[in-house]
Design a binder for this molecule. Structure first.
Ligand code: ABN
Length: 179
């Protein structure tokens, strides 16, 4: 091949390597490869998990804490006002050692989310020691003003005990709604 031919061949090859058509095809190849990889990227689906909880479902599942006797939301405490004896060395229905239950009480009606039935609940104060101070809980469902003493929970029911110091409150089931 003569030098002139060699020169033209070399320069046309070099030109072909740098032409816009090659650049365009290269970029197009990268875009296509990239778009094929997009579905493989991780996706945050947390928003879908939230959307899956429809408002109606909340009524079907019991309220958080409604089954825990040390939680103020425990279903039996619907009309309680005081310190939970379950946080004071006793249980939801028994006084802590060294205290005694008030013979007079206030009464509430609470619905058990477990079986959907209404229960008559007696709220007794446990007396004979100073205030426990743990797990204060003040729920007043269907509470009546103080002129109806038996329906009001804002009273120290230890007043009838020999030692009228108030310590904590328990909830004792007295009866259940018949089906
Ligand atoms: N029945 C609970 C209570 C005790 C003392 C004062 C108010 C309420």
């Amino acid at each position: 091949m003569n030098p002139i031919d060699r020169f033209f061949e070399k320069s046309s090859r070099s030109l072909a390597q740098r032409t816009a058509r090659r650049g365009f095809l290269g970029v197009l190849g990268q875009v296509l490869t990239g778009s094929l990889l997009i579905p493989l990227l991780p996706i945050d689906r947390m928003s879908r998990a939230d959307a899956a909880t429809v408002p109606g479902d909340k009524a079907a599942s019991p309220k958080a804490g409604s089954n825990d006797p040390q939680n103020c939301e425990y279903w039996k405490y619907c009309a309680i006002d005081g310190f939970l004896c379950s946080c004071c060395g006793g249980s939801s229905h028994s006084c802590p050692p060294g205290t005694s239950a008030s013979p007079i009480t206030w009464i509430g009606t609470c619905q058990n989310p477990g079986d959907g039935r209404d229960y008559i609940v007696s709220y007794n104060d446990c007396c004979g020691k100073t205030s426990c101070g743990n797990c204060e809980c003040n729920r007043n469902e269907r509470e009546k003003p103080l002129y109806r003493l038996s329906r009001n929970n804002d009273v120290n029911w230890c007043m009838a005990n020999s030692d009228s110091n108030y310590h904590c409150s328990v909830s004792v089931i007295l009866g259940v709604q018949q089906k």
